[in-house]
Design a protein around this ligand. Structure first.
Ligand code: ADP
Ligand code: MG
Length: 390
C-alpha cells in the first residue's frame, strides 16, 4: 500500500478543512460594538487564525471507515498528531471501537508530551524548571536514561535548547554561530536531570536553563500503546503507521508476515527494500525526514543532533531502522544509533542487542543488516552487508 500517497491525501484534506476555516474567519462580519477595525484587531485575528490552524493540525482524527477482509471487520482511521500524519488499521470483531480508542489515546499522549503545547507535562517542566510527571512520561524518561547511559550520551533528551537554537522547534530554521552553539551546548547534559520517584507523582527537575524533548522516544511509545489497545480489544491483526514509523500487530489476516517498505533516503519516491515481519515495530530515523537547506551555502541540515557537537550528526549514515517487538526501544535506539554511526551502532547491538535488529543505510546506498534480518529483508538494487554478533 502506498502510505506516502495517503499522507498527501490527508494533508490535502486537512489543508482543505483549514482553507475553509480560515476563509470563514476572514470573511466573518465583525459583530458587536466592541470590535474596532484596524491593524491591532487584524493582527489578533491573524493570531487567532494561526492558533486555529495549529489546533486543527494538532488534533485531527479522521472518520473511522470499516470494511471486511476474509470475513473479518477491518477498521482504519487517519490521525494527525505529533506533527505527523498517522494511520491506524485494525482487524477483529471490535476493530471500530479499538481504532477509535487508539486514536483518542494518541491525542491524549500528544497533549501530555508536546513541547509546543503550553500545558503539556514537558512544556511545564521546560517553563518552570521542574514539574510532576505521569506514569507514561516516567516510563519514557527511564528509557531515555537507560539509552543515554548505554550510548555514551548519543541520545540526550536535554537536546531541546539546541533544537530550538537551530529553529527545529519553530520551523524558523537557521545556522547558528559557533559561539551560540558553544553556549547552548553547555546546557545539553542529560545527567543533570533529577528524576525523583519518591514523590507521587514522580517529579523531574532540570538544571539551570535546560529543556527536554521526548521527540526521539514518544512515537515509539505511542505505537506500542496502540498495539496494546488492539490487544485489549481482542483484535487479530493490525498495522500502525506513525509517519515513517511502523508497528505491526500480529500478522496479516492470511497469517503471512507484513511486508514493510524501508524508505530509500537517496530516492524520496522509492524504497530501498522490503522487510517481512510480524508483531514488530519497524522504526526509522533518517537524515531526510526534517531538514532545511541554508540558502547561502547550499548545505542541508537535519533534525538529529549530535549532543557532543551541537551540529546535525554526520556519521556517513543516511538512515537507521530498528526492528524490535518493543516500539519505545526501537524509536529511542533509532535516534541514538543514527548519532552513533555504523561502528558505534554495531558495538551497541553486539553488547545490548538481544531484543532488536537493525537496518543501516550509508550515504553510498550500502545496506547493513544485523544477522537476524538476513532472511527477512530483500532488496533489488542495493549492496547488502551482514553484521554478525562476533
Ligand atoms: P522522527 O521523530 O522524525 O521519526 P527520531 O525518532 O529520530 O525522528 O527523533 C528525532 C527527534 O528527537 C528530533 O526531532 C528531536 O526532537 C529529538 N532529538 C534530536 N537529536 C536528539 C538526540 N541526539 N537525542 C535525543 N533526542 C534527539
Ligand atoms: Mg527515534
Amino acid at each position: 500500500m502506498n502510505w506516502f500517497g495517503r499522507k498527501k491525501t490527508m494533508v490535502l484534506t486537512l489543508g482543505l478543512i483549514l482553507g475553509l476555516v480560515l476563509a470563514g474567519c476572514s470573511t466573518a462580519p465583525s459583530s458587536g460594538e466592541e470590535s474596532v477595525p484596524g491593524e491591532a484587531q487584524e493582527k489578533t485575528q491573524e493570531e487567532t487564525q494561526e492558533e486555529a490552524l495549529k489546533d486543527m493540525l494538532d488534533d485531527v482524527i479522521g472518520e473511522v471507515t470499516v470494511t471486511e477482509e476474509g470475513g473479518i471487520p477491518c477498521a482504519s482511521v487517519d490521525v494527525y498528531a505529533m506533527t505527523t500524519a498517522m494511520q491506524l488499521k485494525g482487524y477483529g470483531e471490535r476493530a471500530k471501537e479499538a481504532v477509535q480508542a487508539a486514536a483518542e489515546e494518541i491525542l491524549r499522549l500528544d497533549r501530555l508530551l508536546s513541547v509546543g503545547k503550553a500545558e503539556s507535562e514537558i512544556a511545564v517542566i521546560n517553563r518552570d524548571g521542574r514539574g510532576p510527571v505521569s506514569a507514561d512520561t516516567l516510563e519514557m524518561l527511564r528509557e531515555a536514561v537507560r539509552v543515554h547511559e548505554r550510548s555514551g550520551g548519543a541520545l540526550d533528551i536535554s537536546i531541546y535548547p539546541m533544537m530550538d537554537l537551530w529553529g527545529f522547534t519553530s520551523e524558523n530554521y537557521r545556522v547558528p554561530s559557533e559561539e551560540e552553539i558553544r553556549e547552548t551546548l553547555a546546557l545539553v547534559d542529560q545527567t543533570r536531570l533529577v528524576i525523583d520517584e519518591s514523590t507521587d507523582p514522580a517529579t523531574v527537575t532540570l538544571g539551570e536553563g535546560q529543556g527536554i524533548d521526548l521527540g526521539a522516544v514518544a512515537k515509539g511509545f505511542t505505537s506500542a500503546r496502540v498495539a496494546q489497545i488492539f490487544k485489549d480489544y481482542g483484535l487479530t491483526s493490525g498495522l500502525i503507521y506513525l509517519g515513517g514509523n511502523v508497528q505491526c500487530y500480529g500478522s496479516k489476516v492470511s497469517g503471512a508476515d507484513w511486508r514493510i517498505g524501508i524508505q530509500d533516503p537517496g530516492n524520496a519516491a522509492g524504497i530501498a527494500g522490503i522487510l517481512e515481519v510480524s508483531n514488530m515495530a519497524v522504526i526509522t530515523s533518517g537524515a531526510y525526514e526534517r531538514c532545511f537547506t541554508d540558502q547561502e551555502t547550499g548545505k542541508t541540515y537535519h533534525h538529529i543532533l549530535d549532543p557532543s557537537t551541537g551540529y546535525p550528526a554526520e556519521t556517513g549514515l543516511s538512515s537507521v531502522t530498528i526492528v524490535s517487538s518493543d516500539g519505545m526501544l526501537a524509536d529511542t535506539l533509532s535516534t541514538a544509533c543514527f548519532v552513533l554511526g555504523l561502528d558505534g551502532s554495531t558495538d551497541y547491538w553486539r553488547e545490548y542487542g538481544d531484543d532488536f535488529e537493525m537496518i543501516l543505510l550509508d550515504e553510498d546506498g550500502t545496506i547493513y543488516l544485523t544477522e537476524g534480518l538476513e532472511k527477512k529483508f530483500t532488496t533489488q538494487d542495493h549492496k547488502v552487508k551482514i553484521l554478525y554478533r562476533k
